[in-house]
Ligand binder design. Structure first.
Ligand code: GLA
Length: 380
């Protein structure tokens, strides 16, 4: 990929650029908890974005996406927002860097990626983090890593219409080979957990289903949680985020909030606790408990949070039937992947059966990705 990128860079700009990279992510457990001030447990993966970049001495960004085979030029003022969605991510990162007092001037770039789009692996966070990291390096802005992650998050909020939490950009910036990261999204305290589950594999099964309106449904989930938290706060002023609430406090407001908001909140409060339980279980090497928690998360995401879909429920049920240790829908939901914790000896039969049965039922084959926990944003 690097060679192809530099080759195109030479063709377009007559020289080579400096290379930067960042990663997509998986999340073992802790879904839709980040914007509720709870815990998440992600890691960066060996699929990501690579960009060649060089400052060009003008006030324009000249950007080429190899994957879309598309060239776009844009300025750096608020009114210069490009029309292409992929270019908006880069533009947003430039704007958010500038808003934080960083310097950004014109540059040339060619980039490509191998994070499957719409699979729930955060290809957009990989793109944002690559550019947030690279611009910080090239313009010597000295912005710290937390703020680089927030530049990506604010790009989603202000230029892409998704009111996402911090998990994806955090994982993409802070990712470390071989480790998952438990992050407290309220305090931003984090801890690396080496993850070498001897005797098990993590595998993703991609339903290849992408739901339209996923971002508006996502924003709606977030609004439900905020509504539930506000109701609880009236009785318990210490509740800043939904993750601060005890389950019994939610029961107190059951009649005051819509049933839908109650179910969403019930899921989130359970999920925050499950992350802690999984971390404890991992420290004991107790993968059976880890797996059981993953099934509980799937149940909650499917029935209470309602972000699963028929295809993902099918994959989850099949995993259970085949005695796979853990399985659940991963990421925001509304399509994408299941993440599965599978004993080594079950790996092949599971993958084979999942592909065959899914294809027979839905008429298209799912994709299968082995998870390799890797480094996040970096200069190559
Ligand atoms: C998306 C968002 C994240 C997080 C997950 C669900 O990936 O970008 O912030 O909320 O969904 O856990």
């Amino acid at each position: 990929m690097k060679e192809k990128i530099q080759e195109k860079f030479r063709t377009l700009f007559g020289e080579e650029g400096e290379l930067f990279a960042s990663a997509g992510r998986i999340n073992l457990i802790g879904e839709h908890t980040d914007y509720n001030g709870g815990y998440v447990f992600p890691g960066a993966i060996d699929k990501g974005i690579i960009a060649a970049i060089k400052i060009n001495g003008t006030d324009k960004v000249k950007a080429y996406s190899l994957d879309y085979d598309e060239y776009v030029e844009f300025g750096l003022n608020e009114e210069d927002k490009p029309n292409q969605a992929w270019a908006c991510y880069i533009f947003g990162v430039c704007r958010e860097t500038i808003k934080r007092g960083g310097k950004v001037a014109g540059f040339n770039t060619v980039f490509a990626g191998d994070v499957p789009l719409g699979a729930g692996l955060s290809s957009s966070a990989a793109l944002e983090s690559t550019f947030a990291f690279a611009l910080n390096y090239l313009f010597q802005n000295g912005i710290d890593k937390f703020e680089l992650a927030k530049i990506g998050q604010s790009t989603e909020h202000n230029y892409c219409g998704v009111k996402c939490g911090i998990m994806d950009q955090f994982a993409s910036i802070f990712g470390k080979e071989g480790s998952l990261i438990r992050l407290n999204c309220k305090t931003m305290e984090y801890k690396y957990f080496p993850f070498n589950p001897a005797g098990y594999k993590l595998v993703l099964i991609d339903s290849c289903v992408k739901h339209e309106l996923a971002s508006s449904a996502y924003n709606k989930r977030r609004a439900s949680c905020e509504n539930a938290a506000a109701a609880i706060r009236k009785n318990h002023p210490e509740v800043e985020f939904l993750s601060d609430a005890k389950r019994v406090w939610l029961d107190e407001v059951r009649e005051e909030i819509p049933e839908e908001d109650f179910l969403r909140a019930e899921y989130v409060i359970g999920e925050v606790q499950r992350v802690l339980d999984v971390c404890d279980a991992l420290e004991r090497g107790d993968f059976e408990t880890v797996g059981e928690m993953m099934y509980q998360t799937h149940f909650g995401m499917s029935r209470l949070y309602e972000v699963s879909c028929e295809e993902l429920d099918f994959l989850n049920k099949l995993a259970r039937k085949m005695d796979v240790t853990g399985s659940r829908v991963m990421g925001g939901g509304f399509g994408g992947c299941t993440i599965n914790l599978v004993k080594d000896e079950l790996y092949e039969p599971f993958v084979k059966t999942a592909v065959a049965e899914f294809t027979a039922k839905f008429g298209h084959a799912p994709k299968v990705y082995d998870v390799v926990i890797s480094d996040g944003a970096r200069k190559l």
